[in-house]
Design a binder for this molecule. Structure first.
Ligand code: GLU
Length: 302
């Protein structure tokens, strides 16, 4: 069944920005008559003992908002073989560069994604053997200077360069860009709704999806939640999770109402109620969905 999805990483409780993205992803999928899948992106946390507990809380929080999903929750940490098999046919090479070396070799401004300058792309076997003696390599895909074009509901058509991005990190962990593409492809995800911070990754992911024989999904990148300083919302910004807000007297219904209001949608108290109210209307034309949403923890929802 064609589906949308939400794919949280179990680092900490979902904050208002994550919850808003989840609500919108659910709404986009259900309004389009699609399935909705939940995937725990725990590759970075596979050895963190609290991760399963955090993931359980995240799922419970989504349920509390009235968000439902189809089938079993998929956990990336249980699918390592699948990513290895999927990548087996790709043209790849070993990369011995440190982050610092890449930063020094690229001209990207600090903090933004640095396209890989290709330093290790054409090492000889002897050079590789020499480097292997001191460093464990990451594995990069050889993109051949490709570019890819995606379609986003709000951003429209976006073309981006595809660099030789990492598929497996030096510790053997599949990289986010590989895992997300393989999972979306194998799970039949046709609609990817997520935060606008990932828009720039989409051409790279679309290119890989195409290489692996998957249909490229349609993208919907929604506005991020930011703090009053305009920085991406984070746990340290205060009472921004359901648990923290409950302590201040706001229940899940209050939070849904606030999330709806933030997106210019009817101020109702559960995901199902929003869907009932907006179904069949062009609700996604609300500008507020696409703008950054400023969260002021000093003024919690009630
Ligand atoms: N796991 C990613 C995150 O929590 C989301 C990835 C995606 O939606 O493609 O930011």
């Amino acid at each position: 069944m064609p589906a949308g999805r939400f794919a949280p990483s179990p680092t900490s409780d979902l904050h208002l920005g994550n919850l808003r993205t989840a609500l919108l992803a659910w709404l986009f999928a259900r309004d389009a008559g699609l399935g909705f899948l939940l995937r725990v992106e725990d590759l970075d946390q596979q050895r963190v003992s609290a991760a399963p507990h955090v993931a359980r809380r995240q799922l419970a929080d989504l349920s509390a908002l009235g968000i439902d999903w189809d089938g079993e929750v998929v956990r990336q940490s249980e699918r390592l073989e699948i990513y290895r098999d999927a990548a087996a046919g790709l043209d790849t090479y070993e990369c011995f560069c440190t982050r610092r070396e890449i930063a020094e070799a690229s001209r990207a401004p600090h903090g933004s994604y640095r396209p890989y300058p290709g330093t290790c792309a054409h090492l000889t076997e002897a050079q590789r053997a020499e480097r292997r003696a001191t460093r464990v390599p990451a594995i990069r895909v050889r993109s051949g200077g490709a570019s890819a074009t995606i379609t986003d509901l709000h951003a429209g058509t976006l073309t981006g360069a595809v660099d030789d991005f990492v598929l497996f990190r030096a510790d053997g962990t599949p990289a986010y860009n590989l895992a997300v593409v393989v999972d979306d492809g194998l799970q039949g995800v046709t609609q990817v709704c997520r935060g606008a911070d990932l828009l720039d990754s989409s051409p790279r992911q679309a290119w890989l999806a195409d290489r692996l024989g998957f249909t490229v999904p349609r993208y919907v990148h929604v506005g991020l939640a930011v703090n009053t300083a305009g920085k991406r919302l984070a746990k340290r910004d205060g009472a921004v999770s359901l648990a923290a807000l409950a302590e201040l007297g706001a229940d899940a219904g209050d939070v849904v109402a606030e999330l709806c209001a933030s997106a210019g949608l009817p101020r109702v108290r559960s995901a199902g109620e929003v869907l009932d109210r907006v179904r069949g209307t062009p609700w996604w034309q609300s500008e507020a969905i696409w703008r950054p949403w400023v969260v002021d923890p000093a003024r919690p929802p009630r």
